[in-house]
Design a binder for this molecule. Structure first.
Ligand SMILES: CCC(=O)Oc1c(C)cccc1C(=O)O
Ligand SMILES: [Zn+2]
Length: 311
């Protein structure tokens, strides 16, 4: 018996039909995508597991007898991880979170009443929500999956300490790539809008275009000094998030070029204790490397950070 790529089907969290790359192996189907370059290179795959609501990871690799998948949280975690892999590979030349074709593992139904998603250091984990109607299954949003995998990319590059300003940069880079990968036609630059309060339309965890909308700062003067949440990493991210929004919406700056600047800053210049001013300098240097010191990108990124009171 050998591994063979197959295409199954199933519904996602938003009850949408999806085709799913699976692995037909020894008579069954595994929720394993073996169609990516990393598979032929080094056996790297995209694998989706269930924790069965225990605090285990990765847990049990999901299988199915007829390649019709009925767990929407697993369907979306799997399909969206594939989209995130494709984005990093084709747009930024990065081969998986570790740039070595490392297998991308996701675990759904992690813990009980868990209104969180996260990167454990080696894989993604997704809760089912906190037991109230605040969340749908957390893997049901492409910007969330992109956010989590980008935590893995960050850890393998700048390794920004998850505390204070470096932690807010860590969070912001995940929000930035989550939204770049989601690439909605009306780029509302919201975070988690597809899985927050499924009964209430139009709300989100955070807004990059208007952080204040969800009580987050959009200027250095409003930086939140707190011991909560590792020094406010999910709120102070509003400042670099707004800087990126300023940059990517400057006329003449394309999403793909903005992505290249942000990725080069992360992978070449930022380090574990970088502060907001270092992120300003890193993105200006990255834009200079890529487009030249007199480029519109350098002007735009410089103004983008000044607008939020950094530099
Ligand atoms: C946009 C994705 C996101 O913020 O995920 C988290 C949630 C939903 C709760 C707690 C932490 C995180 C995170 O990944 O930072
Ligand atoms: Zn995060």
């Amino acid at each position: 018996v050998h591994h063979a790529a197959a295409v199954g089907k199933g519904k996602g969290v938003l009850n949408d039909n999806k085709s799913i790359n699976t692995d037909s192996y020894s008579g069954g189907y595994y929720l394993r995508d073996i169609t990516k370059p990393m598979y032929s290179q080094n056996g790297g795959a995209i694998e989706t597991y269930t924790a069965k609501n225990k605090m285990v990871s990765p847990g049990t690799l999901l299988t199915d007898s007829d390649n019709t998948w009925v767990d929407p949280a697993a369907v979306d975690a799997h399909v969206y991880a594939g989209k995130v892999y494709d984005y990093y590979y084709t747009k930024l030349g990065r081969n998986s979170f570790d740039d070595e074709g490392g297998t991308l593992k996701s675990t759904v139904h992690y813990r009980e009443n868990y209104g969180n998603a996260g990167w454990t250091g080696t894989q993604m984990v997704y809760g089912d929500g906190d037991g109230s109607d605040k969340y749908a299954y957390l893997s049901g949003a492409l910007d969330v999956v992109g956010h989590e995998i980008t935590h893995g990319v960050t850890e393998r590059t700048a390794d920004l300490v998850y505390e204070g300003q470096s932690g807010a940069l860590n969070e912001s880079w995940s929000d930035v790539f989550g939204n770049l990968i989601e690439n909605k036609s009306d780029p509302e630059w919201l975070c988690g809008e597809d899985i927050i309060t499924p009964n209430i339309p139009g709300d989100a965890l955070r807004s990059m275009s208007d952080p204040n909308k969800y009580g987050d700062p959009d200027h250095m003067r409003d930086y939140v000094d707190t011991t909560e949440d590792h020094g406010g990493v999910h709120t102070n991210s509003g400042i670099p998030n707004k800087a990126f929004y300023n940059f990517v919406t400057t006329s003449g700056v394309t999403r793909d070029n903005a992505a290249k600047v942000w990725y080069r800053a992360l992978s070449q210049y930022l380090t574990s204790n970088s502060k907001f001013i270092d992120a300003r300098n890193a993105t200006i240097q990255a834009a200079t490397d890529l487009f030249g010191e007199d480029s519109k990108e350098v002007t735009a990124v410089t103004n983008a950070w000044s607008n939020v009171g950094v530099g």
